[in-house]
Design a protein around this ligand. Structure first.
Ligand SMILES: Cc1ncc(COP(=O)(O)O)c(C=O)c1O
Length: 431
């Protein structure tokens, strides 16, 4: 019996692969195989990037300074974040608070908005995942991400939320580059200002459920939130800090958020770090009333060193331009793959985050009380044979690709070849 309570992105892996090392975009396994790490949103710079290794080595020599004391490296990381990633956003951006995970960042941001507005209700969009602790868990409105908690929470499937949750329609169903919902957002969000009217915050992300950036949608949600007195939080935990092919997905449209949450790539994969970035207006609101909720390991010297090093690598190595180039490669290959495989319902994505949705039961019919291995997990299992690790979205029919941002064009082709190989099994079942 394993003494570890395991969890996993893919259901039903009876013989889980054991990672013993990694280099670049490759995982090294105990059985000697080297597999492309194809769905690792936390591994921005892949494995053992020399600049990250060096930064962490140096940081091991630093004192243990918790969030309650000033640490020069933390001030430096804040300055670096503002000077690089937020360089073009100086007219509205205020200040940053560091923490440990994306879930924690969202929980901090949502609770801050509750305090500032004296409202408790919160809003998100359909098929959202914002994390699995505190208020971020309440805003995760798909049952599969609650796993066993969903099953054990009585008839409702979702565990009881910590605050009333309002759910906006999503810009759903877009094939890459095509329109969502076959209607302008002003039409399907016509009721949004009313829905948001008692909410403290409206939190929107740009990948979950395979629903990607849509500028017109973002501007309309921002307009309605502002009208309703609801703070707009851009959850850029996945897309921020480079994965979207720009520093932030929200930069594609006119509107700017009140709060941005970051995580995953922010530490270059070398440290557990996340952040809450607030506007100047919020900094002003907080003047004279400190936002005092303290975390022992938040802003730890090692994670701060990782943030500064990561931001420098992204700038020095022109990672954003590289991601934009690869977005074109993924678009071309994935559209061809969708055409070749009748089992594929749609592909969508941005930068280096892509979703492949298969025909079959969708997220609404997710069940935890079954041992049947979903088709998406079986496709991923077959892709392993061809040399790549691909994750599912916890749903029955959805896979996602999110390789390290440093993946080369040749490695990207190998990853897509592995997906292509894996999909044969879904075609057979699709008939
Ligand atoms: C959009 C989004 N927000 C928040 C989170 C939570 O981040 P973490 O897993 O670091 O808690 C995730 C994780 O997948 C995410 O996709």
């Amino acid at each position: 019996m394993s003494r570890l309570l395991r969890t996993g992105l893919n259901a039903g892996d009876s013989a889980p692969m054991a990672v013993i090392g990694g280099e670049g975009v490759y995982f090294h396994l105990a059985d000697g195989r080297k597999l492309i790490d194809g769905s690792n949103t936390g591994g921005g710079l892949g494995h053992r990037h020399p600049a990250m290794v060096e930064a962490i080595r140096r940081a091991a020599d630093t004192p243990v300074v918790n969030e309650g004391w000033t640490w020069v490296g933390r001030e430096q990381a804040a300055d670096d974040l503002m000077a690089t990633a937020f360089n073009g956003e100086q007219d509205w951006v205020g200040a940053v608070r560091f923490c440990i995970s994306g879930s924690e960042a969202n929980d901090m941001a949502l609770s801050l908005c509750q305090a500032l507005t004296q409202r408790s209700a919160l809003a998100t969009r359909e098929r959202a995942y914002h994390g699995i602790t505190g208020l971020s868990r309440s805003m995760t409105v798909q049952p599969q991400w609650h796993g066993g908690l969903a099953v054990h929470s009585g008839g409702s499937k979702l565990p009881a939320p910590m605050a009333p949750v309002r759910v906006l329609p999503a810009p759903d169903g877009a094939i890459y580059g095509g329109p969502a919902n076959n209607a302008p957002p002003s039409e399907y969000l016509a009721d949004a200002t009313r829905v948001l009217s008692d909410t403290a915050a409206t939190i929107i992300d740009y990948t979950q459920g395979g629903i990607y950036y849509d500028g017109a949608y973002q501007d309309e949600v921002a307009r309605c939130a502002r009208q309703a007195g609801s703070y707009w939080i851009a959850d850029e935990v996945v897309t921020g800090a480079g994965r979207a092919g720009r520093w932030f997905a929200f930069q594609g449209a006119q509107s700017r958020p009140d709060i941005v949450t970051l995580g995953k790539s922010l530490g270059g994969g070398a440290a557990a770090v996340a952040a809450v970035v607030v506007s100047k207006a919020i900094v002003q609101r907080l003047e004279g009333s400190s936002w005092q909720n303290y975390g022992t390991l938040r802003g730890h010297p090692i994670s701060m060193a990782a943030v500064s090093a990561y931001l420098k690598v992204v700038s020095d190595e022109n990672i954003l331009e590289h991601v934009q180039t690869l977005e074109r490669l993924f678009t071309r290959r994935l559209l061809a793959i969708a055409e070749k495989h009748p089992s594929v319902r749609r592909v969508a994505g941005q930068g280096l985050h892509w979703t492949v949705e298969l025909h079959g039961p969708d997220w609404r019919s997710w069940r935890a009380d079954t041992s049947e291995v979903p088709i998406a997990s079986r496709v991923a299992e077959r892709a392993l044979e061809a040399g790549a690790v691909i994750g599912t979205s916890g749903e029955q029919t959805s896979l996602f690709l999110a390789p390290p941002l440093v993946i080369s064009a040749r490695e990207a082709e190998l990853l897509l070849d592995a997906l292509d190989h894996g999909l044969d099994i879904a075609d057979k079942e699709h008939g």
